[in-house]
Ligand binder design. Structure first.
Ligand SMILES: Nc1nc2c([nH]c(=O)n2[C@H]2C[C@H](O)[C@@H](COP(=O)(O)OP(=O)(O)OP(=O)(O)O)O2)c(=O)[nH]1
Length: 145
């Protein structure tokens, strides 16, 4: 029998600390896309405000507290043909680089933008990253200091 369609909203954070931002590597316990690098965040639960989702997910996945700056991209992702996620990425900052991972991830790195090609992101994220307005994000981060 064909599985029902499902639909989620996800909020993810590009979290800067100084000129570096945080990437985390999915484990075997993730829902899919195993071992790819990604950005912290996750699905909105019913009744939740998106800002609260991001703070909750970032806390669960990394232990970090964040400041949210602005949403900079909107995306769509299909897992199989019947599970759609619509996502929003927020630029964020944090004062602290001490990360405590959950069992959904196996590694983390604080990297500079010049380093992204060294990491294996899911192709859909890798494609999107080239479209992001990095200049604008660096400017906003600089204004915060
Ligand atoms: N096109 C595009 N796809 C993205 C981006 N970020 C992002 O995680 N994805 C895709 C690839 C990820 O493996 C997938 C994760 O989807 P999801 O948030 O629903 O699933 P999850 O398993 O991480 O959810 P959760 O357990 O953390 O709640 O979404 C992005 O910026 N652009």
């Amino acid at each position: 029998m064909r599985e029902e369609n499902s639909f989620y909203v996800a909020i993810k954070g590009l979290i800067f600390c100084g000129s570096e931002f945080l990437i985390i590597q999915r484990s075997d316990k993730s829902r899919g896309e195993f071992h790819y690098w990604e950005f912290p965040g996750g699905r909105v639960e019913f009744g939740e405000k998106p800002e609260d989702t991001l703070r909750r997910e970032v806390k669960e996945e990394t232990g970090l507290g964040i400041e949210m700056i602005y949403p900079f991209s909107v995306w769509t992702f299909f897992r199989e043909s019947n599970k759609q996620t619509v996502g929003i990425n927020f630029l964020c900052s944090t004062a602290n680089q001490e990360v405590k991972l959950s069992n959904e991830h196996i590694d983390f790195k604080w990297i500079e933008k010049a380093d992204i090609l060294a990491y294996n992101f899911h192709p859909t994220i890798a494609d999107d990253m080239h479209q992001w307005n990095w200049e604008e994000m660096f400017q906003k981060i600089k204004e915060r200091k």
